[in-house]
Design a protein. Structure first.
Ligand SMILES: NC(=O)c1ccc[n+]([C@@H]2O[C@H](COP(=O)([O-])OP(=O)(O)OC[C@H]3O[C@@H](n4cnc5c(N)ncnc54)[C@H](OP(=O)(O)O)[C@@H]3O)[C@@H](O)[C@H]2O)c1
Length: 256
């Protein structure tokens, strides 16, 4: 969507073999889109990708931190290593990419950093504590650095999607211990998983979020937070009105 709106866009991915569809769309429509390799968990890969873009384009106006995956499992069933991997992608990956572009944006005295959070960056749900806490961490980081970066003309925004129909559930990692029928959370976990799959099937398409990203980019004075989805808008409207206790009961009832 960004390339279709004329932004010189670098679509990054771990495995360039997955780029063929995107490349053929870019060729067919003659839009300024290029695919380059980048693994946000790898320092060198991030450094090289940003260097490539800087060398080619001489400037970087916008960074969209979008790479992520979900880790599901009740906390008692999560291995510390599973949680570390979750944070390495969802949180430290964002830090790696952000730290790599900041010197460039600071020199330009302009830039926009778009961090893809989630409704789960504002409220938690059962069996998603690792994912939600990685998004809460992203929210805290984004809000804090906004004060450091604004004096250099760099703005930071959070996009908070609701349920979106993507590859997210297929790509999600299930905690190893959660698959053990002896886990005290096994049944609950399965119910949550089934519920989530159904919700995702009925979710908005990813274009919904892309439009919100575009809106944030085109905003002359971007907000810190943009909700992306009617479901999350409704939930946040309620959260902003009711007590923490009432909100807790609502989420409890929703997740059965
Ligand atoms: N779908 C939802 O309901 C929903 C709701 C709220 C927020 N979000 C957020 O939206 C963003 C996009 O997720 P999605 O729903 O589009 O899920 P998705 O289809 O699974 O996309 C996630 C993308 O992240 C990439 N990725 C994962 N690990 C990476 C790494 N180490 N380095 C580089 N790329 C990596 C994946 O690439 P590979 O193809 O290489 O795996 C994939 O392209 C995420 O930040 C997610 O948390 C999604």
């Amino acid at each position: 969507m960004l390339a279709r709106h004329g932004f010189i866009t670098y679509a990054t991915m771990r495995d360039l073999q997955k780029s063929s569809t995107l490349k053929s769309i870019a060729d067919k429509e003659s839009i300024p889109l290029r695919c380059i390799q980048l693994d946000v968990t790898n320092d060198l890969s991030v450094k090289q990708a940003i260097e490539t873009i800087e060398n080619e384009s001489k400037q970087i106006d916008i960074l969209v931190n979008n790479a992520d995956y979900g880790l599901s499992g009740a906390l008692e069933d999560l291995l510390i290593d599973e949680i570390k991997l979750q944070f390495d992608t969802n949180f430290f990956g964002l830090i790696r990419a952000t730290q790599a572009v900041l010197p460039i944006m600071r020199k330009q005295r302009s830039g926009l950093i778009v961090n893809m959070s989630s409704g789960l960056g504002r409220f938690g749900i059962a069996t998603n504590s690792a994912y939600a806490s990685s998004k809460f961490a992203m929210e805290g980081l984004t809000e804090s650095v906004s004060y450091e970066l604004e004096p250099f003309g760099i703005r930071t925004v959070l996009i908070e999607p609701g349920i979106i129909k993507t590859n997210f559930i297929k790509a999600a990692v299930l905690a190893q211990k959660s698959t053990d029928p002896n886990s005290p959370y096994f049944q609950f976990m399965n119910n949550m998983d089934e519920g989530m799959k159904k919700l995702i099937e009925g979710g908005e398409g990813p274009e919904y979020v892309a439009k919100v990203v575009l809106e944030a980019i085109n905003d002359s004075n971007p907000k810190l937070r943009y909700l992306a989805g009617k479901d999350v808008e409704k939930i946040m409207e309620i959260k902003n009105k009711v007590s923490d206790e009432d909100f807790h009961n609502m989420i409890k009832n929703m997740s059965g």
